[in-house]
Design a protein around this ligand. Structure first.
Ligand code: PLP
Length: 397
């Protein structure tokens, strides 16, 4: 499994696929010709330019079909999920500022949504409602409906939460927002490539995705913009992407993005079943071998690859460091907020007290995870927890 170019010699057990994924060999192979051989600028009129223009448009069409979009022109390429979220939210807020100033989102969104909302509140006097979630991290569609006012211009609710894997009721919210005529954005960065997405079934006007979460490189993403949805551009310059995102298209990365999404869809069925079984093995093993643990997130409405587990009376950071010494990479939550000792805003919103959330670790499985990896984790983790608990004044010895 690990014989791919980029993994040669690397013996790590990687259980942090929600943070990022390696580029798959097939994706890299598809991209390589566009660095040296086919390097034309897609905006150039000569044949070298026209070649890459065609490649970009083919990729756009492929992605549009895989997302169930009506037209390829509804896909705009960006540099990442963060840019897609910024563009969707600021784009609508600035385009519709004469219509209203109210935005609805949830307390468990990624920072690339929350920080944008806070920026709009502080700098431009928008009003933002941050909806609560239940103990499993799920937003109640009734809360969304009750929060809508005649000033509401945008609702932004994520599809799958990056820390606990909860799957949000996007279809239900989508139906309701359509009836109310409010623009609906979903951050699908953690769902795209993992589960089938159909923008029409989801009922969204805007959807953000990011390549490095499904085996394309870091630094490429896209946003689906339903035809007719008005957005103020984030970047000004040339007329690229039909005046919606200035900047020469990143041809090789766009090729990689489309290829990775195609592969994700090709392998989705088998991969989701395989990873669900591996996660079950991981969770059963942890419950069997280690006491005083809890799984954070919804038992049913949880994406198959994610397991967020709290270990009582230990610090998540301590567990991560000990696992790293054993060659196992996991995370305490979102990659962006790890490194801070603040309790996770997602676990706090789920009502999990800091004492418990600080002992939480997110294991996220992916394409290269094997049964042997889980066996190794289950062999070392009980000893790590036992050692850390023995040093903890909170642990009842
Ligand atoms: N949204 C979610 C739910 C994420 O998990 C992430 C990354 O972790 C992002 C947005 C940001 O994506 P990117 O790293 O491509 O900027």
């Amino acid at each position: 499994m690990f014989s791919d170019l980029y993994n040669e010699g690397v013996q790590k057990i990687y259980l942090d696929y929600n943070a990022t994924t390696p580029v798959r060999q097939e994706v890299l192979d598809a991209m390589l010709p566009y660095f040296k051989n086919f390097y034309g600028n897609p905006s150039s009129v000569h044949s070298l330019g026209q070649e890459t223009r065609k490649v970009v448009e083919d990729a756009r069409e492929k992605i549009a079909v895989l997302l169930g979009a009506e037209k390829p022109s509804e896909i705009v390429f960006t540099s990442c999920g963060t840019e897609s979220n910024n563009y969707a939210i600021k784009g609508v807020a600035f385009a519709l500022k004469n219509k209203g100033n109210h935005i609805i989102t949830s307390k468990i969104e990624h920072h690339s949504v929350l920080e944008v909302c806070q920026y709009l509140e502080k700098k431009f006097d928008y009003r933002v409602t941050y909806l609560p979630v239940d103990k499993y991290g799920i937003v109640n569609p009734n809360d969304v409906e009750k929060s809508i006012t005649d000033q509401t211009i945008l609702i932004s609710i994520m599809h799958i939460n990056n820390e606990v894997g909860s799957i949000e009721p996007i279809e239900e919210i989508g139906k309701m927002t359509k009836e109310k005529g409010v623009i609906f954005h979903t951050d699908a960065v953690q769902s795209c490539g993992k589960i089938p997405l159909d923008v029409k079934n989801l009922g969204v006007n805007l959807l953000s995705l990011s390549g490095h979460k499904f085996y394309a490189p870091k630094g490429v993403g896209a946003v689906y913009i339903k035809e007719g949805t008005k957005l103020h551009p984030l970047l000004h310059g040339g007329a690229h992407e039909k005046n919606r995102r200035a900047g020469t298209e990143n041809v090789a990365y766009i090729v990689g993005l489309a290829k990775a999404l195609e592969i994700a869809h090709r392998d989705m069925d088998g991969e989701s079943k395989r990873l669900l079984n591996l996660r079950q093995k991981l969770e059963d093993g942890i419950f069997e071998k280690i006491g005083s643990v809890q799984i954070n997130g919804n038992p049913q409405k949880r994406v198959f690859n994610t397991s967020n587990i709290s270990f009582n009376c230990v610090e998540g950071e301590g567990i991560l460091m000990s696992l790293d010494i054993e060659g196992i990479c996991a995370s305490t939550g979102s990659a962006c907020s790890s490194g801070t000792l603040e309790p996770s805003h997602v676990l706090s919103a789920m009502g999990i007290p800091p004492g418990i959330s600080q002992g939480s670790v997110r294991f996220s499985l992916g394409h290269y995870t094997t049964e042997k990896d889980i066996d190794k984790l289950l062999a070392v983790l009980p000893k790590i927890i036992e050692r850390l608990r023995a040093m903890s004044p909170l642990w009842n010895k």
